[in-house]
Design a protein around this ligand. Structure first.
Ligand code: ATP
Length: 310
């Protein structure tokens, strides 16, 4: 096995391998916030095809614009320039086709686990019979291992259980595409790896197209078919695509001993470290040319006779 790095993903030619058609496409997308001197150009010239059925991970540093990227894909915000399409249709707002799981759960506090999931199911599948909807809700509660806690409200759940509920609620709506915005980042290390394994298992069963945003390279390699780094901001953009050609099902413990896993981890990490260093060098060089014009102030003699201080 080898580390495949595609500097030009669009011209990639893989012999005898049919590349699935893209489900979501971003073309020359730019997004910033604010105006005038406070304007912050967050993302610049983002081009990406997300293929039907693939698990794609975007990895980047904190503050580089990962959440902005997910919100654009979800349709919660609009690009300043460029286009984002799903199945060829321009994305102009949120849709049940794209299910979003946030890092902070966003559950309704007055509803139980079952109630939170049922609310979404009842909204999306209005035409189903009551029994169908009930069975569907129970299936997803079971899928995320929360049958024993289905009657509990969010404040009675651990962080991991809340995130499971959030995941089940989104999965139960059967979106064509899952958008996972750092779903594990608020969790402790043990729960993080456990839920990471569960997400992977569920994805292997359901095979929905999945876009996961993360700052954890190991996590990305464990779950993804392809990894794309996001360079540091401002004007963050996507780097080269790394293929994760590691057979599935993948096992976290076995991967740790795999030479291929290690070389891929080094390749992605080195790329991220390099681009961060370049960004810092650029910042340093720019700051050297900065000159400040000091105001022309004449010092006053405050000890002059007759002058009262205090
Ligand atoms: N609504 C907004 N208005 C103004 N600035 C914003 C807004 N949302 C994000 N930003 C700014 O855009 C930049 C990128 O933020 P974003 O949350 O997308 O990054 P991130 O990579 O998800 O960060 P983190 O890893 O810390 O969650 C930051 O400088 C942030 O302050």
């Amino acid at each position: 096995m080898s580390v495949l790095l595609h500097r030009e993903p669009s011209v990639l030619k893989l012999p005898n391998v049919a590349v699935p058609s893209p489900i979501l496409q971003m073309e020359n997308v730019c997004k910033g916030y604010g105006s005038g001197v406070t304007r912050n150009e967050v993302l610049s010239n983002i081009n990406l095809d997300i293929r039907e059925g693939e698990f794609l991970a975007v990895v980047g540093f904190s503050g580089s614009g990962k959440t902005t990227f997910t919100q654009l894909a979800a349709g919660l915000i609009q690009p300043d320039q460029g286009t984002i399409t799903m199945d060829g249709q321009l994305i102009t707002g949120p849709s049940a086709d794209r299910g979003l799981v946030f890092q902070n759960y966003s559950l309704l506090p007055w509803l139980t686990v079952r109630g939170n999931i049922a609310l979404s199911v009842n909204t999306v599948f209005r035409n189903w019979s009551r029994a169908e909807r009930r069975d569907h809700v129970e299936r997803f509660i079971e899928m995320v291992g929360l049958s024993h806690a289905a009657h509990r409200r969010p404040h009675e759940l651990s962080g991991g259980m809340r995130q499971r509920t959030s995941l089940a609620r989104t999965l139960a709506m059967k979106p064509k595409m899952l958008l996972l915005d750092e779903p594990l980042s608020a969790l402790d290390a043990l729960t993080r790896s456990q839920l990471g394994d569960e997400i992977l298992k569920i994805w292997q069963e359901e095979r929905q197209t999945c876009l996961m945003i993360t700052n954890d390279v190991d996590e990305a390699i464990l779950v993804a078919d392809r990894i794309v780094p996001l360079t540091p901001g401002p004007e963050a953009t996507l780097g080269p695509i790394f293929d994760v050609d590691i057979e599935r099902p993948r096992n976290r413990a076995e991967l740790n001993d795999s030479e291929h896993f290690k070389s891929l981890r080094n390749a992605v990490t080195n790329y991220l470290v390099d681009v961060r260093q370049q960004a810092r060098d650029k910042e340093m060089a720019a700051s050297k040319h900065l000159s400040f014009r000091l105001p022309d102030i004449r010092p006053q003699d405050l000890t002059r006779k007759g002058r009262i201080i205090g």
